[in-house]
Design a protein around this ligand. Structure first.
Ligand SMILES: Cc1cc2nc3c(=O)[nH]c(=O)nc-3n(C[C@H](O)[C@H](O)[C@H](O)COP(=O)(O)O)c2cc1C
Length: 374
């Protein structure tokens, strides 16, 4: 398969526009929507845009190295794929395409508890690049069991997401009556009928995607509270999980310090794409504050609002040790499946190299706060 899409996909925004046309409104609004007024979602992106990088000239060297290491894991590119539930609504094989992209680009790809492909099936395709993301509902024992199952499946890195104590109100999803598992209402049926290529591909691959990690468990309810996890749970999970443990959804420096003191391997600074709290601070603004709280050498991952290669470099300059991409991955998959995904990842990688050249650096690992105009 060609590395690049034949569609004119130059940016994640191009992919978003094409996905918006290709996908039924119900699916697109599930990916694209955010909490309440969606100002928090806009602000997350805008705050990254506002950051300016310091150009430097006459720094020799044609090769710009973008390979990196996170938690002892060597990667070919300095960004991975964030955990996202129900990715298969963008393309019927999205989870598997993501898994294969992990192997192809040799970079971490994280599968959600809410994925619509079983965790045992995705990890096999990642060539060691698969991470698992855990949601803990009101039943703590079920949470430990899910982690144990991930370990048995071969996952060595677990991300515990802690910013969904209750599901955010996302008006666009609610207006579309989006439900998981999903069965079309009359208006959704019409929506699907006017997007035949999406609907036929879904039908041919067995119908509407459903959460696949809940087989043999009590029936899945998406709005079930996910507030079971507290500090005590985190301590116990740290004791029982032998691999790398990352806590995702942290925006407060004091929380970050406390998490580090519990022996957690890394913190994932994230605003969940403002799908949870509309009034959240821009995650990129919190990142340097969290870096200051946890010190120089403690691993920090970052997501929310990253849309291109310059954004990735800005996150590194603001204190990140690794970056994860969220919505752009779903836009790319929705626009053109595997080719769309590879195209966007290749272009963002290229943009990172060009940006390094502009700021006079040879390696992504050299990016630091002096590359920012303050
Ligand atoms: C459709 C969708 C589903 C998501 N599902 C999950 C999930 O299951 N677990 C999780 O930790 N984060 C989830 N997230 C949040 C992402 O991991 C990530 O934090 C977010 O997408 C970053 O914001 P951005 O995409 O605007 O850059 C989801 C995000 C989207 C867009």
């Amino acid at each position: 398969m060609s590395k690049f899409s034949k569609l004119n996909l130059q940016t994640s925004d191009d992919a978003r526009k094409i996905a918006k046309k290709r996908l039924p409104k119900m699916a697109f609004d599930y990916f694209d929507g955010a909490a309440l007024t969606e100002y928090g979602e806009f602000l997350g992106r805008q705050a990254i845009k506002e950051i300016r990088l310091a150009p430097k000239v006459l720094a020799r060297g044609a090769n710009r190295e973008i390979n990196h290491t996170i938690l002892g894991h060597k990667t070919d590119i300095p960004f991975g794929i964030a955990p996202m539930g129900m990715c298969n609504l963008s393309h019927p094989s999205a989870d598997k395409i993501i898994a294969k992209a992990g192997a192809y680009f040799n970079t971490p790809v994280c599968f959600s508890t809410m994925a619509s492909t079983a965790m045992e099936d995705t990890i096999k395709l990642t060539d060691g690049n698969g991470w698992f993301q855990l949601y803990v509902y009101d039943d703590l024992k079920a949470g430990f069991n899910m982690a144990e199952r991930a370990s048995k499946a071969g996952y060595e890195t677990l991300i515990l997401t802690v910013d969904v104590p209750d599901l955010g109100r996302r008006p666009r999803e609610l207006r579309q009556n989006f439900k998981v598992p999903w069965w079309p209402s009359i208006s959704q049926f019409i929506d699907c009928a006017i997007h035949p290529s999406w609907s036929i591909s879904m039908l041919m691959s067995g119908g509407s995607p459903a959460p696949a990690n809940f087989k043999n468990l009590p029936p899945f309810r998406r709005d079930r509270p996910r507030a079971g996890a507290d500090w005590d749970f985190l301590k116990k999970l740290r004791d029982s999980w032998k691999g790398n443990l990352i806590v995702k959804g942290v925006l407060d420096p004091k929380d970050a310090k406390k998490i580090k003191e519990l022996g957690i391997d890394a913190i994932y600074v994230s605003g969940h794409g403002a799908r949870q709290l509309d009034s959240l601070p821009a995650p990129i603004i919190q990142l340097p504050k969290i870096r200051k709280a946890v010190g120089k050498n403690y691993p920090l991952l970052f997501d929310t609002g990253v849309r291109n290669g310059e954004d990735v470099v800005k996150a590194y300059a603001s204190g990140a040790d690794f970056v994860m991409l969220g919505r752009p991955i779903l836009y790319a998959l929705g626009a053109d499946g595997e080719r769309g995904l590879k195209t966007i990842i290749n272009y963002i990688s290229k943009e990172i190299q060009v940006t390094l050249a502009q700021i006079g650096l040879a390696k992504i690992s050299e990016v630091n706060p002096t590359n920012l105009i303050t």
